[in-house]
Design a binder for this molecule. Sequence first.
Ligand code: C2E
Ligand code: MG
Ligand code: MG
Length: 602
Amino acid sequence: MQICQAVAEQDFVIEQTEDARLEALQQLRLLDTSASESFDRITRMASQIFGLPVAAVSLTDQDRQWFKSRVGVEHMSIPRHKAPCAQVAETTMPVVINDLLADPFYADSTLGRNGTRFYAGAPLVTREGFGLGALCVLGTEPRQASPAELSALVDLAAMVMAQIELQHAFGRLDPVSGLPSRNQFRDDLADLARDGQGEPRFAVVVDFARPDQISQISRVMGGARFDDLIREATRSLRRILGPQQALYYVGLAQFAFLSPPEAAAETYIEELQALLDQLRAAPTVGFVTDISLGARPFLVGEEAADDLLRGSASAAQDARSASAGVMLYSACSDRVHRRQYALLQDFAAALVAQDQLRLVYHPRIDLATGRCVGAEALLRWNHPVFGEISPAEFIPIVEQTSLARALTQWVLGAALDQLAAWQGGGVALTLSLNISASNLAEADLAQRIRLALQGRGLPADRLELELTESAIMNRPEQALAVLQDLAGIGLTLAIDDFGTGHSSLAYLQRLPARVMKIDQTFVRSLSGAVAGSDLVLVETMIGLAQRLGYRVVAEGVETAEVADLLARLGCEEAQGYWFSRPLEAAAFADWLADRAINAPAP
Ligand code: C2E
Ligand code: MG
Ligand code: MG
């Protein structure tokens, strides 16, 4: 009885060690990966040293010996049962069998039955002592291994292990997700090209969250929560894709994998759609994020890994914008993304260059008196390669990044310098600046503006800040607190592009804003509108805003007719091409002087 128990305990210990050994092997993610020159080089050396035609790096999986590298063998694996390499892995000792047929245990093994007579294997052992498999050489004639040959084999096995460790380290594994990184994706793709040149595949990127969601999650819940989210996403993907699918972590909240070689476009997109549905249904992941998938078809060996990932990521982004979930790569939208990427890369340099950024000034006209009462500062970028670029193109991109702070700081500095110059020249104007939604996350915004005004001896009531309705509605609570700070230092606040966001007036009323700028789409539709719903809409907006205590500014006035109509409707101020295009600082001063002479009497 006691003996039985001892044997059972021993079996249990062996099983445990075998489980741990298998886990160590699986974590290295070597099984079923492509052949690789770094291993093949060592295998060839082993075969040459012994002067034998067959050599392999053979890994001991649950029930097979799988060859990571092989010389002189066609198949990828043999059964583990009675494989000498399994003995090497289990004992972590070299094994030499001079003649398999003369060996009572191995005579009827797979190798023995298939004509192998000689075997020598040196163990592949991890630092923790787990035997992963063997570097082995095989011969079809009985022979012996000299001590020199055997010690060379042991050395080469150690080199295989060094290579495995090297692959595993050095930026090849992402520390949070535990997945192979973008570097590993590059190498694996190069390895794949050796076996599967020209094979059609898809590179798929799963993009888990919008950049603003990522920064919001990190800010509100902390970086550790973001890491948790990545781990949860990894687990969900792993569960859905299965343990065999190679999966990579290639960018912030971005995962990548390759389709199987036989995937056909239409059915594969359907499969990806099903994958997306499963991911969205995953309990925690889908809840806080906005997942999208992009797939880029390619021929193995004909595309660079980075281009593939960028293409698939850009398709994922398009999928999100189109609310499509999954999208195939399109070269056309990729060109747009590439330009956006280039602009973003170049903007930091533009901020410090002397001659790339400047402000232009768009007059604001008091409709009752016809006088220019202020100006809106608008940013212009003369890019060294692309030339003049509209703020409508580059600001939405820059706003998404940490450069938004520097952008607003630059505009603030340049605009206040100009305001100080006007003030010095006896021109009394109010200047408006546009600020971005992300500026609302800067705790020191009001403080910075106060210091900038103080430094130039300017009163705060000369400065107005415009914030779009949608920016405010993006972060309503934060907006309220920051706007209160800004109003607290005496600035005027304006709600820009009113009518395009989805704000509730009840909320807007809580904000300390005093100016409402009606978006130009409503104003421009007034042209030729004698009566009709456009007119009723603008009339209602003006009336409502005024009753709520706002001063109303109409943007986009392009004709005298619309200017007159707005004046009749009681709108206080207007801005638009009818009065002037936005002007360079010097031209603005001339325009103003000219207008003072010719202005209609109040
Ligand atoms: P916005 O603040 O609503 O500025 C008004 C835009 O409408 C300006 O375009 C102006 O040139 C244009 N506009 C004014 N009157 C008319 C008109 O009668 N007809 C037509 N067709 N257009 C008119 P711009 O300068 O291209 O600026 C576009 C947007 O870029 C601005 O819209 C603003 O949201 C943003 N932006 C510009 N400068 C800055 C800046 O310094 N910081 C930030 N955060 N955003 C800026
Ligand atoms: Mg504006
Ligand atoms: Mg506007």
